[in-house]
Design a binder for this molecule. Structure first.
Ligand SMILES: Cc1cc2nc3c(=O)[nH]c(=O)nc-3n(C[C@H](O)[C@H](O)[C@H](O)COP(=O)(O)OP(=O)(O)OC[C@H]3O[C@@H](n4cnc5c(N)ncnc54)[C@H](O)[C@@H]3O)c2cc1C
Length: 601
C-alpha cells in the first residue's frame, strides 16, 4: 500500500518562515489571507488529496482510460474523485469571485498542485489545464463567451484542453495545417486533426472546452499566421449562428463536430486519456486578436510549464516517502564500521553510504524545488497585483524562472524517481512498490509543454541573449545582497561561500554564452541545456541558503530545523558541485558535436 504524508510542515515553514507570504500578500491587497486561513486551506486540501485522490491512483494506472465508439471512459473512481473536487470548489480557489472562485493568491496554487500531483497526476494535469483555459477565456474571451465559459471552467464543472500538436508537428507549430474559416457572423468553422491532446475526450465533465490553434486561409506564413479559437465539445443550447448575445443561462446541448478517433497507449499516466482529436467544421470563436494565437497560447503554456515543474516535485516527493519506508525495513549486510543492530541478522540498508547518497540527494532536491515553487508563486502574485518596479521586476524574474522551473524541476523529478527505484533494488522495479509508476508517470513532464531542450533554448535564446543578460540583474543582485548581508552571521559561511562562487560562475558562463553565441548560434544552443541546469542549481543553492538562515536561528528548538540544516549541507556538498562539470560542458562549445559526420553516427 502506497504511503503519502503531505509535506505540510515544510509548506508551513516555507510560506510563513522563509517567504512570509501573508505579509507579502497583504501588501498586494489580499487582506483575508492570514496564517490561520492559509494553514486551514492547505491542510484541508492535503487531506482531500490523500483520502479521495490517492486511492484512485494505482487503479488508474492498472485500468487505464478506454475508448469505445468515440466515447472515452476514465478508470474506476476517477469521475467521483473529480466530482468531489468540483463539489468542494477546489479547482476555483485562485479564480475570480465573479466566476465562482475564491480569489486566492497564485502562490497558494503551487502548494495545491504538489499534493494533487503526488496523489493523482493524471487528474491533476487536467485540473491545471482547466485553470489555463480559464485564464485565457477570462482575460481574452469576447462578450458572453466569458460569462458562459469562465465560471464553468473555473470550477472544473467543464474541462479544458490545449490543442496545438498535429501529426506532423509538435515543436515547430508554424507548420500546422488546421484551418479556421470565418462565417461572417463572428464565428469560425474549424477543421483539422490534433494529436496527443491531454483530456481531449473523457467522462469527467459534461462539456470540454478546447483551445485550438488554427490558421485563416489568407493568414501569414508560419507562427505569425496562427490564431486561437475556443471550440466547445457541445454548443450552447439554442445556438443558431454567430455569437449569442446573452448566453449566461444556456446549457451545453448541441454536438459540435468534435470527435476523438483514438487514444494513445503510453509509458505512464495511463489513467489520463491522450487523444487524437478531429475538428470537422466545428464552430469556434476567436480568442484575443487574429494572428495572435501563439502569443496567447504561450501565456497559457507558461502557466502550464510551472504546473509541469511541480510534477517533478510531486512525484519525486511521493517516491521518496515510499523508498525511505522500504529502506528502513530492508535488511542487507552490515554497516562497514561494524554491527549496527545486533538484534537482527543484518542492518537496514540505511547504514550504507551509497543508499544514503541517493535518498538524501532526492530529499535535498525535493525540498529545494518546493522552495522554488513557492518563490515563483509569490512572484506571479507580484506580477498580477503589484505596481511599478515591484511588478516589473516580478515580470522579468518570472520570464527567466519559468523555463528553468519547468526543465530543472522535471529533470530532478526523473532523477529522483529513478534513484528511488535504485535504492529499493529489485523491489523498486516491481509494480507492487508503486515507485515504478511514479517513474513512468513523471517522464512525460520533460516532454510536454515544450521539451526540456526547448525550455533551455527559450532561456538562452529568448530570455537571456536578446537582453544581453540584463534580465539576470533583478535576479542576481538580490542574491548577492543576501550573501553580503548574511555572510558574517555565525554558521552562514558554509552556505554563502559556495553560493557566491556559483553566482559568479553563472555570470561567467552567461558572458561566455553571450559573446560566443553572438558569433555562432550553435555555441549558444550546444550549451543551452547545461546552462539551464547550472541556472537551476544556483537558484536552488540560493533558496537552500535562505532556508538555512532561518534554521540556524531556530536549531535545537525542533528537530525539523536540524534536519533542514543537515539537508542544506547535503545540497551544498553533493549537488551544488555539479556546476563545475556543467561549466566545463558549456565551455566545450559546439565544435565536436557539429562536425561529427552524420554517416558515422
Ligand atoms: C502524453 C502526452 C500528452 C500531450 N499533451 C498535449 C496536449 O494536451 N496538447 C498538445 O498540443 N500537445 C500535447 N502533447 C504533445 C507534446 O507537447 C509534444 O510531444 C512536444 O511538444 C514535443 O513535440 P514532438 O513530440 O512533435 O517532438 P519534436 O518536435 O519532433 O521533437 C523531437 C526532438 O527534437 C528536439 N527538437 C525539435 N525542434 C528543435 C529545435 N528547434 N531545437 C532543438 N531541439 C529541437 C526536441 O526537443 C525533441 O527532443 C502531448 C504529448 C504526450 C506524449
Amino acid at each position: 500500500m502506497v504511503r503519502y504524508d503531505p509535506p505540510l510542515r515544510d509548506y508551513h515553514f516555507l510560506l510563513h518562515e522563509v517567504f512570509d507570504v501573508c505579509q507579502e500578500m497583504t501588501t498586494l491587497g489580499f487582506e483575508e489571507f492570514d496564517q490561520e486561513f492559509v494553514d486551514t486551506m492547505i491542510d484541508e486540501w492535503a487531506k482531500f488529496c490523500k483520502e479521495v485522490w490517492l486511492p484512485t491512483n494505482a487503479v488508474g494506472d492498472e485500468e487505464g482510460a478506454k475508448l469505445s465508439k468515440g466515447v472515452v471512459t476514465t478508470p474506476s473512481g476517477f469521475k467521483e474523485a473529480w466530482a468531489a473536487a468540483v463539489e468542494g470548489s477546489w479547482f476555483a480557489t485562485v479564480c475570480e469571485p465573479e466566476h465562482g472562485g475564491m480569489g486566492l493568491p497564485l502562490c497558494f496554487r503551487n502548494t495545491m498542485d504538489e499534493f494533487a500531483i503526488s496523489t493523482n497526476m493524471a487528474l491533476a494535469a487536467i485540473g491545471a489545464l482547466c485553470l489555463g483555459v480559464y485564464d485565457l477565456i477570462s482575460e481574452y474571451g469576447i462578450g458572453c463567451l466569458r460569462s458562459l465559459y469562465s465560471p464553468k471552467v473555473a470550477t472544473g464543472e467543464w474541462c479544458g484542453t490545449m490543442c496545438l500538436t498535429e501529426p506532423h508537428c509538435g515543436t515547430d507549430l508554424g507548420l500546422i495545417y488546421s484551418k479556421a474559416t470565418p462565417m461572417g457572423d463572428g464565428s469560425y468553422r474549424i477543421k483539422g486533426t490534433k494529436l496527443f491532446i491531454t483530456g481531449g475526450e473523457h467522462d469527467l465533465s459534461d462539456n470540454i472546452i478546447h483551445m485550438v490553434l488554427a490558421k485563416l486561409p489568407d493568414a501569414p506564413e508560419g507562427t505569425k499566421g496562427i490564431s486561437l479559437f475556443l471550440v466547445p465539445k457541445y454548443l450552447p443550447a439554442d445556438y443558431v449562428s454567430g455569437l449569442p448575445e446573452d448566453c449566461s443561462d444556456q446549457l451545453a446541448a448541441e454536438i459540435n463536430g468534435v470527435g476523438c478517433s483514438s487514444i494513445e497507449e503510453k509509458m505512464g499516466l495511463h489513467g489520463q486519456p491522450t487523444c487524437a482529436m478531429n475538428f470537422d467544421d466545428s464552430v469556434g470563436w476567436l480568442v484575443g486578436e487574429l494572428n495572435m494565437g501563439m502569443k496567447l497560447m504561450f501565456e497559457m503554456m507558461n502557466r502550464e510549464r510551472l504546473a509541469t515543474g511541480m510534477m517533478g516535485l510531486g512525484l519525486g516527493e511521493i517516491a521518496y516517502q515510499n523508498a525511505l519506508d522500504w529502506c528502513k525495513e530492508r535488511r542487507q549486510g552490515r554497516d562497514l564500521k561494524g554491527v549496527n543492530d545486533p538484534t537482527e541478522e543484518a542492518d537496514n540498508i540505511l547504514v550504507h553510504p551509497d543508499v544514503r547518497r541517493m535518498l538524501l540527494r532526492v530529499k535535498a532536491n525535493n525540498e529545494g524545488s518546493r522552495a522554488l515553487g513557492i518563490w515563483i508563486g509569490t512572484l506571479l502574485d507580484q506580477m498580477k497585483r503589484g505596481e511599478g518596479e515591484v511588478q516589473e521586476a516580478a515580470e522579468a524574474l518570472v520570464a527567466v524562472l519559468t523555463p528553468v522551473a519547468k526543465a530543472h524541476m522535471t529533470d530532478l523529478g526523473m532523477d529522483s524517481t529513478n534513484d528511488c527505484i535504485q535504492v529499493m533494488g529489485g523491489a523498486g522495479y516491481i509494480r507492487e512498490s508503486s515507485v515504478e509508476q511514479f517513474y513512468r508517470d513523471v517522464r512525460i513532464a520533460a516532454i510536454w509543454e515544450g521539451t526540456n531542450g526547448i525550455q533551455a533554448l527559450d532561456l538562452v535564446g529568448r530570455k537571456i541573449a536578446p537582453n544581453l543578460g540584463r534580465h539576470l540583474r533583478p535576479l542576481l543582485w538580490p542574491i548577492l545582497e543576501f550573501i553580503e548581508e548574511n555572510r558574517d552571521i555565525e554558521g552562514m559561511a558554509e552556505f554563502t561561500k559556495p553560493l557566491y562562487q556559483g553566482v559568479r560562475g553563472l555570470q561567467q558562463v552567461t558572458l561566455l554564452l553571450m559573446s560566443e553565441g553572438m558569433a555562432n548560434a550553435h555555441f549558444l544552443a550546444a550549451g543551452a541545456t547545461d546552462y539551464c541546469r547550472y541556472f537551476g542549481n544556483i537558484m536552488l543553492s540560493y533558496l537552500w541558503a535562505r532556508m538555512a538562515k532561518v534554521c540556524l536561528e531556530k536549531q535545537g528548538d525542533d528537530m525539523f530545523y536540524d534536519a533542514k540544516l543537515a539537508t542544506a549541507r547535503i545540497f551544498f556538498e553533493r549537488i551544488y558541485p555539479e556546476t563545475i562539470s556543467l561549466a566545463a560542458k558549456i565551455q566545450a562549445g559546439h565544435h565536436n558535436l557539429m562536425t561529427y559526420p552524420e554517416a558515422m553516427m
